[in-house]
Design a protein around this ligand. Structure first.
Ligand code: NAP
Ligand code: MG
Length: 505
């Protein structure tokens, strides 16, 4: 087993005064344009996963607070200015949010690094910068949401003349429930298209990472968002359940585990609210023998290690053509052993801690189970350090398709590697999963790349790269990885509904 980089005293970035100030005092709920404690008076703490230290006390929203937020959003939708505002007014406001995110990128980046444990550099350059981009992208769409005119034949009214058209309207009050792995970014993916289309929203951030959503509420307030349009209610699963079951909510958009996704579907049945789901994954990353090692090794490493493996798209099943299996997996393991582990606030950190004790226990539990099943670690396999929720980057070989480490979403820095025979193909093995979120393909043969991309049952396929996202490209899952497509023009479809109007002239 190769040793991982030594644990050294980290040189962490100093916390900005503005971030310190934000963290002081109770962080409240943001409902109807006002800051309020939870009706129960309760608070919960959110901690820094690198140290376990308490960062802030947060108002603990529950069903009663969700109800109040839904009523505020309903009033803002039915009576407020937002849905009746001119599209270019909504455009300017959303564009301003994007600008303000960029202006305060350092602050948002630090808060995200502290609350989630991810590297401050990545939080700023990826999470915050992309969130700003998403607001600008959908700001542009606000003025481009169109219906169509339809040249109807009306066979049962042959003598008449008609004027028929469609209107694309906002769905109404939307409940947005997001996880802790990309707290600000997942909120932006939902908020921006929902607001561009003229909906009003209630956002429920994850209990582990409520802080960036509350700073975002300050940004909305400062930008002049009318009261009730954006409501933010931090809390636990029961708050999410109250939101997805509320009859005053017209649509719920969820990102998180497949298990909770199914609960959302059940809860939504009452009023048959619209549902979109971005769920888990166990994505295949396929490396053919003719792949360019220079790009395929670091690319395949990043595929499973990005965000400490806490990414729904993580390429955690590596299928490597047998001719290069030992050489390739050895190179990936060697690169993994060189990764710099540390707290997110150390700018040199490449791999931070997992988000919580719960996730740490889950990931290390899978490692124990995998080893007991007969897996062998080319590198890693253990906890890293004495404090914080750090796990060594781990490459597992000698695995079989039925092992839990191959089947389940581990959500940590763990990859399984399996050889494949080019004659028999790789698609069947790659598709042998209840998930279908993403896939990677590495080859210099362009025809093979296209053929394989077509065979893979996944919402996103990346060739000679991994996590090749763009705000304009639809993203979502096949099979149990979800319903609907976020981002791009498809993202707007989730937050609009079509009305057909037919006029007898
Ligand atoms: P989760 O339980 O699915 O949580 C996602 C969001 O749903 C959180 O805001 C959560 O609130 C809320 N929630 C929990 N129970 C709910 C319910 N019954 N009704 C409505 N909302 C509810 O995910 P997690 O607990 O954070 O992580 C568990 C596993 O999910 C991970 O190990 C990972 O495998 C997977 N996961 C996947 C993604 C992804 O992007 N695909 C993201 C995160 C996690 P609380 O925070 O209070 O629980
Ligand atoms: Mg949970």
């Amino acid at each position: 087993m190769t040793a991982v980089a030594d644990q050294a005293e980290p040189a962490t970035q100093p916390v900005l005064d503005s971030v310190r100030e934000f963290l002081g005092g109770e962080k409240k709920l943001f409902i109807d344009g006002k800051w309020a404690s939870a009706q129960s008076g309760r608070t919960f703490t959110t901690e820094d996963p690198a140290t376990g230290a308490v960062l802030a006390h947060v108002a603990h929203g529950a069903a009663a607070d969700v109800d109040q937020a839904v009523r505020a959003a309903r009033r803002a939708f039915d009576e407020g200015p937002w849905p009746h505002m001119k599209p270019n007014q909504r455009e300017r406001l959303l564009w301003r949010i994007g600008d303000m995110l960029n202006e305060r990128a350092e602050e948002f980046g630090q808060l995200e690094a502290l609350d989630n444990g991810k590297s401050v550099g990545i939080a700023t350059a990826v999470d915050v910068a992309w969130a700003a981009d998403v607001f600008r992208y959908y700001a542009g769409w606000a003025t481009k949401i169109e219906g169509s005119t339809i040249n109807v034949s009306m066979p049962f009214a042959p003598g008449g003349q008609f004027h028929a058209y469609t209107l694309r309207e906002p769905v109404g009050v939307c409940g947005l429930i997001v996880p802790w792995n990309f707290p600000l970014l997942m909120a932006a993916w939902k908020l921006a298209p929902a607001l561009a289309a003229g909906n009003t929203v209630i956002l429920k951030p994850a209990e582990q990472t409520p802080l960036s959503a509350l700073l975002l509420a300050e940004v909305f307030e400062e930008a002049g968002m009318p009261p009730g349009v954006v409501n933010i209610v931090p809390g636990f699963g029961d708050a999410g359940a109250a939101l997805s079951g509320h009859d005053g909510v017209d649509k719920v958009a969820f990102t998180g585990s497949t298990e909770v996704g199914k609960k959302i579907v059940d809860a939504a049945k009452g009023n048959l609210k619209k549902v979109s789901l971005e769920l888990g994954g166990k994505s295949p990353n396929i490396v053919f023998a003719d792949a360019d090692f220079e790009t395929a090794v670091p690319g395949s490493l990043n595929a499973w290690l990005f965000n400490h493996g806490q990414a729904c798209t993580a390429g955690t099943r590596m299928y490597v053509e047998d001719a290069i299996f030992d050489e390739f997996t050895g190179a990936v393991a060697e690169a993994a052993s060189q990764v710099k582990i540390g707290p997110g606030m150390d700018p040199a950190t490449q791999l931070g801690p997992l988000v919580s004790q719960e996730q740490f226990d889950k990931v290390t539990g899978y490692l124990r189970e995998g080893m007991a099943d007969g897996a062998r670690a080319l590198t890693g396999g253990n906890r890293w350090g004495e404090t914080g929720y750090f796990v060594e980057p781990t490459v597992l070989v000698d695995v079989r398709p039925e092992f839990s480490v191959v089947r389940d979403e581990i959500f940590g820095p763990v990859v399984t590697a399996m050889p494949f025979d080019a004659e028999r193909g790789v698609a069947a093995a790659a598709n042998d999963s209840m998930y279908g979120l993403a896939a990677g393909i590495w080859t210099r043969d362009i025809s093979k790349a296209h053929r394989t991309a077509k065979q893979i049952k996944a919402g996103s396929v990346w060739v000679n790269q991994y996590n090749g996202f763009d705000t304009a490209m639809p993203f979502g899952g096949y099979k149990q990885s979800g319903w609907g497509r976020e981002l791009g023009a498809s993202g707007l479809d989730l937050y609009t509904t079509t009305k057909s109007v037919n006029i007898a002239l």
